[in-house]
Design a protein around this ligand. Structure first.
Ligand SMILES: Nc1nc2c(ncn2[C@@H]2O[C@H](COP(=O)(O)OP(=O)(O)OP(=O)(O)O)[C@@H](O)[C@H]2O)c(=O)[nH]1
Ligand SMILES: *[C@@H]1O[C@H](CO)[C@@H](O)[C@H](O)[C@H]1NC(C)=O
Ligand SMILES: *[C@@H]1O[C@H](CO)[C@@H](O)[C@H](O)[C@H]1NC(C)=O
Ligand SMILES: [Mg+2]
Length: 350
């Protein structure tokens, strides 16, 4: 494994680029044979709502991974690929870590945590996304995340400090980095005051084997290109498991249903959107027109909820539909005509 050397902790700020703590790695191996492609498999893990899916979409320049302002948008593993300069990055988007109580509350599948572990097994590198704007959790990594990292500590990992755009003051960033890394990056202590204390493993809130730390905004893209270049540098010569023009392992059906679910999560309050049952009922791709026609049934548990979701005169539903259409065009890069049918779940007749 390449040894990573901490060269400098560089905190700089310019209009176009957020702080990035740069830890320069050893030279990547030279590409000797041009005919061979390079591949890197990247598992992206993190707490719910930290911005994992948003980051992957930004790098791949497609809205492959459904994202919303609510927790537990992603409920299963989704691969998203991009290809540039003979190099393929294969991202694995994972559900945020989840407790049994939340699973019941939000009507989530059993397999979410195991999906995260599964993603790690096929990863060459693990990226941990952390929401620095969440004042309750900004200073420590979720214990399940630390557990996962420790379970695969032979796989290189890097820390992505996200939502830096939301911070009023950037001064706290060094403190946050110290906490999340236990004061240690790539085997080297972070220089500066406040790092001389003896470490007590019981109070550790981070993971001390990260190779790199990035400070980014996945939403506006600041710092995201650095991550892409870093991943491309760490790609290894290999046969492509997915052809270079593949951009996901998901079917159009799943992509559409997840995009619709995410938009209902964005627009509806509290637990309501988690109760909806979303199903694609019609799909047609017209190749020669670069156009997709589809229709989705959204089943709600009650008539009252159905009226609430539709809004006065169906206005809210129209608004949601137009956002869904825009997102789907960013998924498929084609014209999309989408119909949303609200239905009330029929009561079992006996
Ligand atoms: N301000 C700001 N918001 C962000 C940033 N990155 C993501 N978000 C927002 O955070 C919310 C959650 O983003 P997601 O990408 O769905 O997060 P996730 O980690 O995939 O969440 P789960 O799939 O639910 O675990 C969305 O509303 C995003 O727009 C960022 O850098 N800055
Ligand atoms: C791809 O190669 C071009 C030309 O060498 C370079 O300008 C560009 O930055 C590379 N892309 C990435 C993502 O590294
Ligand atoms: C970790 O964060 C706390 C605030 O939660 C702060 O008081 C402490 O100094 C930080 N630790 C380090 C090593 O920076
Ligand atoms: Mg997600």
């Amino acid at each position: 494994m390449a040894t990573l050397v901490l060269c400098a902790l560089r905190l700089s700020y310019s209009k176009s680029r957020y702080f990035r703590a740069a830890f320069i790695s050893s030279q990547p191996e030279r590409d000797t044979e041009r005919s061979h492609g390079k591949v890197v498999n990247v598992a992206i893990i993190g707490a719910p709502n930290s911005g994992k899916s948003t980051l992957i979409n930004k790098i791949t320049e497609r809205k492959i991974c459904a994202a919303s302002n609510k927790v537990h948008t992603t409920t299963k593993l989704v691969r998203a690929m991009c290809y540039e300069n003979n190099t393929q990055i294969v991202f694995l988007d994972t559900p945020g870590v989840v407790t049994d109580k939340e699973k019941r509350k939000y009507n989530l599948p059993e397999s979410m945590l195991s999906a995260c572990y599964k993603s790690l097994r096929c990863a060459d590198v693990v990226g941990v996304v952390h929401d620095v704007s969440n004042r309750y959790t900004k200073d420590y990594l979720h214990s399940d995340i630390i557990g996962m990292l420790n379970a695969v500590d032979e796989i290189p990992s890097f820390l992505i400090i996200n939502k830096v755009d939301k911070l009023k003051s950037k001064q706290q960033l060094l403190t946050v980095i110290r906490n999340l890394t236990n004061g240690c990056i790539a085997g080297n202590p972070i220089p500066g005051p406040g790092n001389s204390k003896k470490k007590d493993s019981k109070t550790e809130k981070g993971y001390n084997k990260f190779s790199d730390v990035f400070l980014i905004s996945a939403l506006n893209g600041d710092g995201v290109q650095d991550i892409k270049e870093y991943l491309m540098c760490n790609a290894k010569t290999a046969g492509f498991q997915y052809s270079p023009d593949t951009w996901t392992d998901q079917t159009p059906q799943v992509l559409i249903e997840e995009a619709v679910r995410a938009k209902f999560l964005d627009f509806l309050a509290q637990e309501i959107p988690y109760k909806l049952n979303i199903q694609l009922e019609y799909f047609e791709e017209i190749e020669e027109e670069q156009k997709i026609l589809c229709s989705v049934v959204v089943e709600c548990p009650s008539d009252r909820l159905s009226r609430l979701i539709a809004g006065a005169g169906g206005g809210r539903l129209q608004q949601i539909k137009s956002h869904i259409r825009n997102d789907l065009m960013d998924v498929f890069k084609k014209t999309v005509v989408v119909d949303i049918n609200l239905k009330v779940k029929s009561k079992p007749t006996e």
